[in-house]
Design a protein around this ligand. Sequence first.
Ligand SMILES: [Zn+2]
Length: 300
Amino acid sequence: MSGMKLTALTAALATAALTATAQAQAPAQPAAPPPYATTKVEGTDNVYIFRYGGHQSMFVVTKAGVIATDPIGERRPAAKAYIEEIQKITKAPIKYVIYSHGHYDHIAGGQPFKDLGATFVAHRNAKKRIAELKPADVVVPDQVVDTDKTITLGGTVLELHYVGRNHSDSTLVMRLPKEKIIYTVDWIPLQAVQFRGLADTYVPDIEQGLKKVIAMDWDKLIPGHPGPGGRQTGTKDDARNALAYLQDLSAAAKKAVDEGKSYADAQKDIKLPKYESWGGYGPFLPMNVERYYDFWNRGI
Ligand SMILES: [Zn+2]
């Protein structure tokens, strides 16, 4: 081997060694999750979660077609990715898109599903709100649910239940009785306090609704957002904890009102250390307090 070749070989080996070292050191920072991903729900043959950014929705694959839920496509091309992900699993037609509730961050962007002939289903109050406000890029539902509706497709049964007003006046609880899974969005967060000032949320109805959901027969909850560490499903304990949080929050706000505290003092003084590790605790607890202070102070 000539001197030139040897030098080149040495250089190449040195580069390879450096690359290997760099790769070994790379995982110091965890990699950012990919923009979207599809996961099969453990213990099922045909129930999937499609996640795009921090939103997720459920879809169910049957021989006769697919039941999809929220397009989660507000100002982003999520529905295109969602459809491509479904079509990697099955070429069966997407028969339904069911809206979890009326909020645009979950239901916008469904037009690509409509173009494929899907039937859109939502609670009657969601359709009413969409018809009034005419948000850009939200497909108007074809069918509505008042209290209960059952969709049967290719041997799969999906129940749609309305348990009253909670995080909105149009929230459905979708239940797969055979699989014992529910999909319901934004009001039973996984280890997180409620979002900001609980806009559009009905107090105390949300607590009554939680009791109804806890009494239903299911093992696994698919929420609209993953929890800490990217956890995509919850259990009844998560629902019980979400209810306990609201009850503790409510009791603390009532006490502050009874003691004649101002809004500002109640927001400053109320701490719920049991929930300190939950998502949103720092920024949102004072806003959650304000909502419950209003309830106890003014009955609103
Ligand atoms: Zn919402």
